[in-house]
Write a protein that binds this ligand. Structure first.
Ligand SMILES: [Zn+2]
Length: 397
């Protein structure tokens, strides 16, 4: 008789916890190396983050990034990516990858999509044929791409949707989670995350948490937020979720990337984040700095020979001035590349500082310093952030 398979090692190792808030520092033990968390994961599209190569992400210290299943699953297609050695080989990326289910892109990008119990049916953007993205198909594509973390297909509704559709989507997402668990062919090296839904309704979200935490999945995402809802509702839903998620599993808050949101949501107990914001805003000429952002297209930077941020160690700040980037923005896409590198470096450095402060048991002080630098004076602090932080015993004064 075969010996029972040993229980797989847990994905998350919690290294330190804040004595006041819910913040924790840890390590995700993934197939392509350990990832310190809390972590911000840059978003890649067809292979790499727009404007940045895999080698540059590596040099910035990025150890996990997102691959986009919708784009890669349609062009060049999972078979071709698989032949190139999976997404890691295709991107020439030696570290970890997370792929989404493809569902969100289909619903948001494709006008003609329809959700049934079977899956999401949509018209191919590259032709007339109809395609069905079922939970099984999503797992098949993600198994072919080979990412270290894979996401369940969920029934996505906008965070501002109300009524019976929210409950229907939540219950369907639970059923689709079971189908994804059954369909994942590589659970030992492709860790499947469930996605908590339930909109802004505390009762529905609680029900979803109860159902999904009963399943033995390696990690949980908090989904269906950051879609234009009130911030006062947003943070309460995040807190309600982290309160009910198991302590020993990673918590991934989807679509969140503003610096203040990251710091507050770490305080509420989240470990992983992704957002297109830092790369998207770079393409509009905006550089992220600890005191907000610099719009480098503005005339005031034409003769400003300082780097974007004197304290930033990224290649852009080491090599170029605001004046140079300002001039370059008028004529050349290279400027957007330099800004993208800086903005990703900013996000990664922010999370490293957050993590160090948790390890050193000075996270509450870090939060107070962060807010003062970002907003200047107390009367400019966003009310929702003050409330959220107070709820986890970090008063701002
Ligand atoms: Zn920089």
């Amino acid at each position: 008789m075969a010996a029972p398979a040993p229980a797989p090692a847990p994905l998350l190792r919690v290294v330190a916890e804040c004595a006041r808030s819910r913040a924790r520092a840890g390590e995700l033990r993934l197939p392509h190396g350990a990832v310190p968390c809390p972590v911000f994961m840059p978003v890649g599209t067809r292979g790499t983050a727009k404007g940045v190569t895999a080698a540059q992400l590596d040099a910035l210290g990025c150890r996990i990034c997102l691959g986009n299943t919708y784009h890669l699953g349609t062009r060049p297609g999972p078979e071709l990516v698989q032949r190139a050695g999976g997404l890691h080989g295709f991107m020439d990326w030696p570290h970890n990858l997370l792929t989404d289910s493809g569902g969100f892109q289909m619903v948001s990008l494709v006008a003609l999509s329809e959700v049934t119990e079977e899956g999401v049916r949509f018209r191919s953007p590259y032709g007339d044929e109809e395609l069905l993205l079922s939970p099984e198909k999503s797992m098949e594509i993600q198994n072919a791409l080979g990412a270290d973390i894979v996401m369940q297909l969920d029934d996505v509704v906008s965070s501002t949707t109300t009524g019976p559709r929210v409950e229907e989507a939540m219950r369907r997402s639970v059923r689709w989670l079971d189908r994804c668990i059954a369909a994942n062919r590589h659970p030992e090296r492709q860790h499947l995350f469930a996605i908590i839904q339930g909109g802004l309704d505390p009762a529905l979200r609680t029900k979803c948490l109860e159902e999904m935490t009963r399943r033995d999945v390696p990690g949980f995402a908090i989904g269906g937020l950051s879609g234009g809802e009130e911030k006062a509702q947003f943070w309460r839903m995040v807190k309600l979720s982290t309160e009910r998620l198991p302590r020993d599993k990673p918590r991934y808050l989807m679509g969140v990337g503003y610096a203040t949101d990251l710091v507050v949501c770490v305080a509420l107990g989240c470990d992983m984040f992704d957002c297109v914001f830092p790369t998207r805003t770079a393409r509009f000429g905006s550089a992220l700095v600890p005191w907000g952002s610099l719009q480098l297209k503005n005339k005031q930077f034409a003769k400003d020979f300082r780097p974007i941020d004197e304290d930033c160690g990224c290649p852009t700040c080491q090599g170029y001035s605001r004046a140079y980037l300002h001039a370059l923005l008028r004529s050349d896409t290279a400027a957007l590349h330099h800004l993208t590198v800086h903005n990703i470096a900013y996000q990664l450095q922010l999370m490293r500082s957050v993590r160090e402060s948790i390890l050193a048991q000075r996270f509450p002080q870090f939060v107070r310093d962060f807010m003062r630098t970002m907003y200047g004076s107390r009367d400019k602090y966003p009310a929702w952030a003050v409330e959220a932080l107070a709820s986890v015993r970090i008063p701002l004064d």
